[in-house]
Design a protein around this ligand. Structure first.
Ligand SMILES: [Zn+2]
Length: 408
């Protein structure tokens, strides 16, 4: 037998859940899709939510058509460093014919799966932040620290007109951020991965000059021979990394990834070219000795010939890493709250990059995670979806984590 009080609570919860799902689906229907994202509808929708919830809002537009929206919930001690929950409004493109449901209708099927671009990356998180705060405020909760939610444009193309410009600005400094939270990726099992750093990208072309001549000749010092030696070096190294990955304790973020992505050179079928160019994409773990790595690359080139040279397209320093230990009060609070709601956490490095690297680069501690679990990762793929139960669980997760961090 349940009391009428319990019934009232259940009814209220049901109503909150129904509304949250409705807001999620409405937001999914305001797509800002690459290559030409239009952010107007998304911003309009978000400001409407902010007004309803009672959050202050401010829009910055450093570049035309690239709005940065910041929503603020002022804390009881606003002089304390604030907590930032970041997310992005833009979406990667879709190939509509590959989708079983229209990618911007946000259909919900009989299993409760909501289908749309952005269902995982990352409009679910955006709405989970908002709905968690809506509920906290409805429940009369007040927080010590100020909480900011930042909604960024152009994350998917590197944040040049978004976070990369915003993080070093005076406007960002005024937010007085002490700790930041962003996305990671959906977790296929029930362990939530916490990213405290990201791999570093190096992309470069290796120029392999050689003796040109008639295609019928067998002379020395041809570009092709050098390419062969070089590819042997790169690919035996790559093979060693693949072998390492077979150890279940080794993550993709622990090893160097290296791939040949382009080959250029040659003008005619019967002419040996005077140069062949190989382009590589390479991602380095956070503990890489960067000088040693550069030396290795040089040695491999030297082994293939005296005249090979490297043209760097991207040669980034190692990304900043957030130390997650007992000295980080936000992390301690986060971990405790996560423990109370039985979340399994695992700290790791992200293989890809997100906007938060620009914040970490300022020395602000930051983590990335996604409250999506037991869900196949369909980010950037067709038929992206999120189950309604997982979506709603995510709201509960933030409902517990936001006050914990903001009261740290
Ligand atoms: Zn994302």
């Amino acid at each position: 037998m349940s009391s009428s009080n319990d019934d009232a609570t259940t009814d209220r919860q049901k109503l909150r859940d129904t509304e949250a799902v409705e807001h999620f689906r409405q937001y999914l229907r305001t797509p800002a899709v690459h290559p030409n994202p239009n952010y107007d509808e998304s911003v309009k929708f978000l400001i409407k939510q902010a007004d309803e919830i009672g959050l202050r809002h401010r829009t910055y537009e450093y570049f035309k058509g690239k709005p940065i929206l910041v929503l603020t919930w002022t804390g009881l001690e606003p002089q304390l460093p604030s907590v930032l929950f970041n997310n992005h409004m833009d979406l990667v493109s879709v190939d509509e014919k590959e989708w079983l449901h229209k990618p911007f209708d946000a259909d919900i099927d009989e299993k409760g799966d909501i289908h749309a671009r952005g269902a995982q990356d990352m409009k679910s998180t955006s709405i989970q932040y908002l709905e968690a705060i809506r509920r906290l405020k409805q429940d009369g909760v007040q927080l010590r620290r100020t909480v900011h939610l930042s909604f960024m444009p152009d994350e998917e193309i590197g944040g040049e007109h978004g976070m990369k410009a915003f993080a070093p600005s005076a406007d960002f400094k005024n937010l007085n951020v002490g700790f930041a939270v962003d996305e990671a990726f959906p977790n296929e099992d029930d362990v939530i991965k916490i990213a405290n750093g990201e791999k570093t990208t190096w992309q470069f072309r290796v120029h392999c000059p050689g003796q040109p001549g008639h295609g019928s000749q067998l002379f020395d010092n041809t570009a092709g021979e050098k390419v062969q030696i070089l590819l042997d070096k790169f690919y035996s190294y790559r093979k060693a990394m693949v072998e390492k990955l077979k150890d279940p304790l080794v993550e993709e973020s622990d090893v160097v990834s290296i791939n040949l992505t382009q080959i250029q050179g040659g003008v005619q079928v019967n002419v040996i070219p005077d140069e062949l160019i190989l382009t590589f994409d390479c991602r380095l773990p956070i503990n890489t000795n960067i000088n040693e790595w550069e030396k290795t690359l040089k040695t491999w080139c030297k082994d293939a010939g005296d005249d090979l040279w490297i043209e760097y397209l991207q040669k980034n320093p190692l990304s900043a890493v957030t130390t997650l230990d007992d000295n980080n009060i936000y992390w301690v609070a986060f971990k405790k709250a996560a423990n109370e709601i039985n979340l399994k956490l695992k700290v790791m490095t992200l293989v890809g990059v997100t906007d938060i690297r620009h914040v970490r680069a300022l020395g602000v501690p930051a983590i990335g995670f996604s409250a999506i679990y037991n869900t196949p990762n369909r980010e950037h793929k067709d038929n992206e979806f999120l189950n309604v139960d997982i979506f709603l669980k995510g709201i509960e997760i933030y409902y517990n984590l936001i006050p914990a961090i903001a009261n740290a």
